[in-house]
Ligand binder design. Structure first.
Ligand SMILES: C[S@@+](CC[C@H](N)C(=O)[O-])C[C@H]1O[C@@H](n2cnc3c(N)ncnc32)[C@H](O)[C@@H]1O
Length: 232
């Protein structure tokens, strides 16, 4: 079972609000995001949050598993959050690939949801590292990258993953320079786009191949894409 301590329980609930209990959703609505995020979030959590987190990411993993390359050495997760999807990738690839995990390193006090150029941050990079070390990673595999600092990556990335992050909460264009520097035409990309912001043809400006592999409808409709053949 995926291990989550007190801090990471709070973070996962901010990153994945589908894991909030009904009481928590009610409290967020009733008292507003500031009070909820800073005080109330620690209460009325689902008892089986760790099991539910594992189940959620198992389902996520299934949506793209068959599109993954058979061999990888370097994986980049953009907006990794607690990096939970990496646990499943690390189990699939038995060669201890390197993980370059990109995120901000602060929890904004006023959480907003939606899409914006400077989307809110809710992560703690040390916590992500701790969670991965407790879930089968070795420290040599983990390269945490704070996106508010200059990012350098020396290896060529084989797989880029970004769930509910780049393209969904903030523009792909924030990362296109980094992607061109660190990826190749062979790199496989799995990422989500916010339907109202990106059409498939917008994304095809950057990739020779782009297809929808999964979608979620509703207020924040999401399309999960498989892309390859990056135009350099
Ligand atoms: C909805 S969460 C998703 C986290 C994780 N990918 C998952 O599947 O659970 C969005 C993540 O994007 C991060 N984020 C916000 N702005 C970012 C940016 N400009 N660059 C990278 N990550 C960012 C947040 O801190 C948060 O961890």
């Amino acid at each position: 079972m995926i291990y989550l301590n007190k801090i990471s329980r709070k973070l996962i609930l901010l990153q994945r609000n589908e894991l909030l209990s009904n009481t928590q959703k009610y409290l967020r609505k009733r008292f507003g995001r500031y009070i909820f995020t800073n005080f109330l979030i620690h209460y009325f959590q689902k008892n089986d949050l760790q099991i539910l987190t594992e189940e959620l990411f198992k389902q996520e993993f299934k949506t793209f598993e068959k599109y993954l390359p058979s061999n990888v050495e370097n994986i980049m997760d953009i907006g990794c959050g607690l990096g939970v999807v990496g646990i499943f990738l690390n189990q699939k690839y038995q060669n201890n690939p390197n993980f370059y995990l990109l995120d901000k390193n602060t929890v904004d006090t006023k959480i907003k949801y939606g899409f914006s150029k400077d989307y809110e941050s809710y992560n703690d990079l040390n916590e992500t590292r701790n969670i991965l070390l407790k879930n089968g990673f070795s420290k040599e595999q983990i390269y945490m990258k704070n996106v508010d600092q200059e990012i350098t990556i020396d290896n060529k990335i084989n797989l880029v993953i970004s769930l509910k992050s780049m393209g969904y909460h903030y523009p792909i264009e924030n990362y296109i320079d980094l992607i061109k520097k660190t990826c190749s035409t062979e790199t496989v990309f799995i990422f989500d786009v916010f339907e109202q912001k990106y059409s498939l043809s917008d994304v095809k400006k950057y990739f020779n191949e782009a297809k929808i592999i999964y979608q979620e409808n509703g207020l924040h409709s999401l399309k999960r894409l498989y892309c390859s053949g990056l135009y350099l």
